[in-house]
Design a protein around this ligand. Sequence first.
Ligand SMILES: Cc1cc2nc3c(=O)[nH]c(=O)nc-3n(C[C@H](O)[C@H](O)[C@H](O)COP(=O)(O)OP(=O)(O)OC[C@H]3O[C@@H](n4cnc5c(N)ncnc54)[C@H](O)[C@@H]3O)c2cc1C
Length: 407
Amino acid sequence: MIRPKVVIIGAGFGGLNAARALDPIADVTLIDRHNFQTFLPLLYQVATAGLAADHVAHPVRSALRKTSVKFRMSSPVEIDHAQRVLTLESNERISFDYLVLAVGSATNDFKIPGVAEFSKGMKSVSEALTIRSLIMRRFEGLCQSDDDQKLSISVVGGGPTGVEMAGAIAELAQGPLTSDAAAAAQKIEVNLIEAGPRLLPSFSEKLSERTRVDLAKLGVRVLVSAAVAEVTENHIRLMSGDVLESQVTIWAAGVTSPEIVERLNMPMHAGRIEIQPTLQVVGLPHCFAIGDVAGAKDSAGKLLPMVAPVAIQQAKFLADQIKKASIDQPLANFVYRDKGSMATIGRHKAVVESGKLRLSGPIAWYAWLWLHLFYLLGGRNKIGTMADWTWNYLTFDRSNRHIMDIS
Ligand SMILES: Cc1cc2nc3c(=O)[nH]c(=O)nc-3n(C[C@H](O)[C@H](O)[C@H](O)COP(=O)(O)OP(=O)(O)OC[C@H]3O[C@@H](n4cnc5c(N)ncnc54)[C@H](O)[C@@H]3O)c2cc1C
């Protein structure tokens, strides 16, 4: 059988899994602007000093070591569909039979004034480190001042990322920062702001209420039905007209497709690449899209959630599709198997929902820990994460509180 040439853009959950699944049957080139894969689900722990940054980043070349997949650290600038050639920023031109777009998602500011300028996104290791430095620098400022000035940290977006982030900041303030300088730590306030009527809207109402109660126990002020109208350097103005103090604003309120998708002239629908149920891009049968960027729908016509299991399942399915396409067999339709959702709120506090199973508290928290450890790439990252978690658990401390952006 002739091995088709496949080019995959994006080495995240979707792209990396697709490259490995395709390796036995295709000549694959994988492209990413980073030389590492980011384990996004644990990024909030980097931002809140619970984990060292390198534990959530795994070198792409290490992940490809036992394969014949080629890797290029670059970004595409143009696709010539007639010639089936992709041009990279480095000017290299790569020919392909099939192209796979797996570029993930980008922070969506919904064009709300001030969001892009004054809030911090949570989509990359460097953004997580920026948030960590910002919080720790502000804390050092509190330690040096005698006045009553508070530090308000606001997380916007009550989905899993926002909930995890708000809980982790509150625990950082109550634990390690209180041990460092209690008077300064007591001046830290944490807000979680959600536009909809409840937190974790994709979970049952019961678990959503449990999450609100657990966050309140950690001292987080939860605001629901509170849509943000404007963010400024030190404030957030809500649609209701209320104004909150916020010296640090973290934006976890929504995602859209990365800018590259528009540049490559992909057909779009609802902020994602418009695809057929076969994962082929509409009007471009030699192109496929998977993961966050792909507008795949469930049987009710609802867009699939932007979560890692969707990207991973699509990656494995894609390998079969390309195999079929290359021998002129009809393609099948992708069906997502939803195994459930989980979010952690803090020590011994998490929620898990899988079909009719609903868990909260310590059991859910241990399930969350083990699942995330299982999916982390690389033995060193697993061991490092386990070491950091064990240390944090036993000592109530977080050792990654460094401000490292000073030369
Ligand atoms: C903070 C956070 C927490 C999350 N927590 C969870 C969770 O707990 N559970 C869960 O299931 N999901 C979680 N998600 C969602 C999950 O991470 C995504 O659904 C998943 O990463 C999607 O995989 P993907 O392959 O589509 O994109 P990604 O994994 O984001 O990979 C996209 C890749 O494309 C590359 N790329 C982008 N643009 C370019 C370009 N122009 N040129 C070259 N390369 C490019 C990027 O560098 C990246 O490596 C979380 C996401 C975030 C941001």
